[in-house]
Design a binder for this molecule. Structure first.
Ligand SMILES: [Zn+2]
Length: 304
């Protein structure tokens, strides 16, 4: 499918639209500033770069003024690109360590991007939500699911009804007469609550110590108090588990709506464990070592 126009806003929450200009520009800039700072006197590349960029880098106080070495007064076209680039992204006052590393340049610019708000969360938490939705360990389908959930645009009946695409907004589960919102589907509906209760043993060991409660924001968006005590690996295990459970809820609901198949709870639980097993094999190799890598409590010598 050919897309000429991107309608998504290129901000945080726009699901990391690639920005080739920023990517290539930061590589070019970092590389050439690094050349200019190469200390060796005999290095011709360094000497040429210092000559052509010298006057500009001196005004930025990156290069010391040395009267012995000549510099060009005007930037050639290639290097005036660097000047424009640094000006455009307001990077001229940055430290040399940032200016000579393209990854730092990119993340510096991306950190300043405006953040799409998430209902009920502060902007700081919203930033974390978007970071979680693009978590590198997640499969693409789980990234998409998290992203749609955070924007509250997963095509559940309440969302479709509000856009004139569903006859009614009511939850399709028999006997459940609540509007099917994203929150209802994943958290409040009886089927979802049963699944969370049933799969507790899977995610409970990954939760932060001190008995943090699994609330909606933690389970569905991956933000909340107590999470900062987790190591990156512990958070990854927890976040993968939570996403697999959300996926199972959504998949069984789609089977019910699309094919009129009711998936029993234990089959749903099996789906969760098999998807987790898949993650284990891709992340930790064929052996499928435990996701959290901890000794089970019963064999922990430190416990009674
Ligand atoms: Zn329901």
């Amino acid at each position: 499918m050919k897309r000429d126009i991107v309608k998504k806003k290129p901000e945080n929450g726009g699901k990391g639209l690639p920005d080739p200009h920023l990517f290539l520009g930061s590589r070019f800039t970092a590389l050439h500033i690094k050349y200019a700072l190469t200390p060796s006197e005999d290095n011709k590349t360094a000497a040429m770069t210092r000559f052509w960029m010298g006057s500009y880098l001196r005004t930025l106080k990156i290069l010391p003024v040395a009267l012995k070495s000549p510099v060009s007064f005007n930037l050639p076209k290639e290097y005036s690109f660097i000047k424009t680039f640094l000006k455009k992204y307001l990077l001229e006052q940055q430290d040399v360590t940032i200016l000579t590393n393209h990854k730092h340049l990119v993340s510096f610019v991306q950190d300043r991007e405006p953040v799409s708000p998430v209902p009920g969360l502060t902007l700081r938490e919203a930033t974390q939500v978007w970071r979680n939705a693009a978590h590198p360990a997640l499969q693409n389908r789980h990234k998409d699911l998290s992203w749609m959930v955070a924007h509250e645009i997963l095509p559940v009946r309440a969302v479709m009804h509000s856009r004139g695409m569903a006859k009614n907004p009511i939850c399709p589960r028999p006997g459940c007469n609540f509007p099917e919102t994203v929150r209802h589907l994943l958290w409040e509906c009886g089927a979802a609550r049963d699944l969370w209760a049933k799969t507790g043993p899977l995610y409970f060991p990954c939760l932060p110590a001190g008995g943090a409660q699994l609330g909606y924001q933690l389970a569905i968006l991956g933000v909340g108090r107590g999470l900062k005590d987790l190591t990156a690996q512990e958070f990854t295990s927890l976040w993968l588990t939570l996403n697999v459970i959300k996926d199972a809820s959504w998949a069984t609901r789609n089977l019910l709506v699309g094919k009129r198949v009711t998936v029993p709870l234990h089959a749903c639980e099996l789906k969760v464990t098999s998807m987790l097993q898949g993650y284990r094999t891709t992340i930790f190799g064929r052996g499928g070592r435990g996701l959290h890598g901890k000794v089970p409590a019963a064999t922990d010598p430190g416990r009674p």
